[in-house]
Design a protein around this ligand. Structure first.
Ligand SMILES: *[C@@H]1O[C@H](CO)[C@@H](O)[C@H](O)[C@H]1NC(C)=O
Ligand SMILES: *[C@@H]1O[C@H](CO)[C@@H](O)[C@H](O)[C@H]1NC(C)=O
Ligand SMILES: *[C@@H]1O[C@H](CO)[C@@H](O)[C@H](O)[C@H]1NC(C)=O
Length: 426
């Protein structure tokens, strides 16, 4: 291929097929950077919480030593880890767990890349991390959970804590598929630290951690006292089984590969895996059919991760017509917005079961963003996104504490001026 443009296109297409999970690897870091790139309507008012480190406190990493006993290792064989901030006073017996995000790996190649990064190895994890938003210990930023025991669980298996070692390679390819074992080792450790006596508990997670939350929600519930209040929250985790703009089943094929590679089927609901192609059962609209524990879904209607990887993966746009729009919703023309509105309708349709569920809650804002609960600016701040004048934090609390009707669905883009629409680097 002599034409450099064609060469670039072919590289793009290949990149899209094989390596887009890698994008997700850098995702956690990108998100931090993105908090500074908000396309905020209040760009001339200084953000009250921009100084993360002085206001949010840093919480150290604890390596999970007990993981040695069961071989519950990260992809590279290192120990998994978590960050723990002890609860106090009225929060002493309450627990909030938050599972990190970071995409998935669907091939030996993409999993191998993770071995050299925090998403596959604790060797590379930051030893100290800020706790913000839903993790914050400041009542002004986190009014209802600030004094709970708060745990941030680091993600290092590449399959939403649902892989099994049966499919590890017996040849020279050294990759540990121990996601389910990591989940169990973390539970065992937290139960021994007081989780077993919890009065109130909330399991939550961002992105791949949001999916892990859905997969493990009932297991979490079953570990806790029967009279405790236990609920689960995903932010976002509602990945849609939708074709891309060319009509190809990109996301479905991708999850199929993840499920095959890491033997994820064993962690999925048996009622589901008996009746259909098992990898279909990793999709949230299937998972929620069988979850018994109350669920809250925080999900932007224009989740940029899904727009960039489900609806318009790079390979689906060889002419680059979506090049700018997929990174910044303000760059979309009217025909592209129409397609995005179709994606929003599919999300609402997929959520219809939960809409009828009396114990379920949701906050579906019409914003171009991804994880919103662990950032102060989007969780609860004077200029955070709102629906009916409620922040995400207030809506989650209304649901958790049974205060108010907990289902909030926004009008379509661009109707909500409180959005923090992001400009993503791609
Ligand atoms: C190990 O086996 C897998 C699956 O058959 C194969 O893809 C991989 O290349 C093999 N690795 C080595 C080092 O032979
Ligand atoms: C995607 O769809 C197009 C058009 O239908 C088709 O030509 C192409 O081969 C498909 N690509 C993949 C990777 O399936
Ligand atoms: C929205 O809520 C804030 C408090 O969070 C309140 O001060 C304000 O008056 C409310 N605005 C409307 C229009 O209800």
């Amino acid at each position: 291929m002599a034409n450099p443009r064609l060469r670039a296109l072919s590289r793009c297409r290949k990149w899209a097929k094989k390596d887009w999970a890698i994008t997700a690897v850098g995702f956690t870091f990108i998100l931090f950077a993105l908090t500074l790139l908000f396309d905020s309507r209040n760009s001339d008012t200084p953000s009250p919480t921009i100084d993360h480190h002085s206001t949010q406190g840093l919480v150290p990493l604890t390596l999970l030593n007990r993981a040695k006993a069961t071989g519950a290792f990260c992809l590279d064989g290192s120990l998994p880890g978590y960050h723990f901030q002890k609860g106090s006073e009225s929060g002493s017996n309450n627990w909030l767990l938050h599972i990190d995000g970071g995409g998935w790996c669907n091939s030996i190649k993409t999993c191998n890349v993770r071995k050299g990064k925090a998403l596959g190895s604790s060797e590379y994890m930051d030893r100290l991390v800020p706790f913000a938003g839903i993790l914050s210990r400041h009542p002004s930023q986190n009014p209802d959970f600030y004094n709970w025991n708060i745990v941030k669980i680091r993600y290092c298996d590449g399959a939403s804590f649902a892989g099994h070692p049966e499919s590890e390679f017996k040849n020279g390819t050294k990759l540990f598929f121990r996601g389910q074992l990591i989940w169990e080792a973390i539970m065992s450790e937290l139960l021994s630290l007081g989780l077993s006596n919890a009065r109130q508990a909330l399991l939550s997670g961002c992105s791949a951690g949001g999916l892990a939350t859905l997969i493990h929600c009932d297991e979490f519930r079953d570990h806790l006292p029967t009279d405790a209040t236990v609920k689960c929250l995903t932010d976002p985790g509602f990945f849609l089984d939708e074709p891309d703009i060319l009509g190809n089943r990109t996301i479905s094929d991708f999850y199929h590969d993840v499920v095959q590679l890491q033997s994820v089927t064993k962690s999925l609901n048996k009622k589901c895996t008996r009746t259909m192609e098992p990898s279909k059962c990793i999709f949230p609209h299937q998972i929620i059919k069988n979850v018994r524990t109350p669920l809250f879904i925080v999900n932007p209607a224009y989740d940029f991760w899904q727009i960039q990887h489900v609806l318009v993966p790079v390979g689906s746009d060889p002419r680059g017509y979506w090049k700018r729009c997929r990174l910044n919703i303000k760059e979309c023309d009217s025909s592209q917005i129409k397609i995005l509105q179709g994606f929003r309708s599919s999300l609402h349709k997929a959520l219809s079961k939960l809409e009828k569920d009396k114990e379920g809650g949701m906050f579906i804002n019409s914003c171009f963003v991804h994880c919103q609960t662990w950032m102060a600016e989007t969780w609860h701040s004077p200029n955070s996104p709102r629906i009916n004048n409620k922040t995400i934090a207030e809506s989650v609390s209304d649901w958790y504490f049974n205060r108010k009707p907990p289902k909030k669905i926004d009008c379509p883009y661009p109707c909500n001026p409180t959005c923090h629409n992001m400009i993503t680097p791609g």
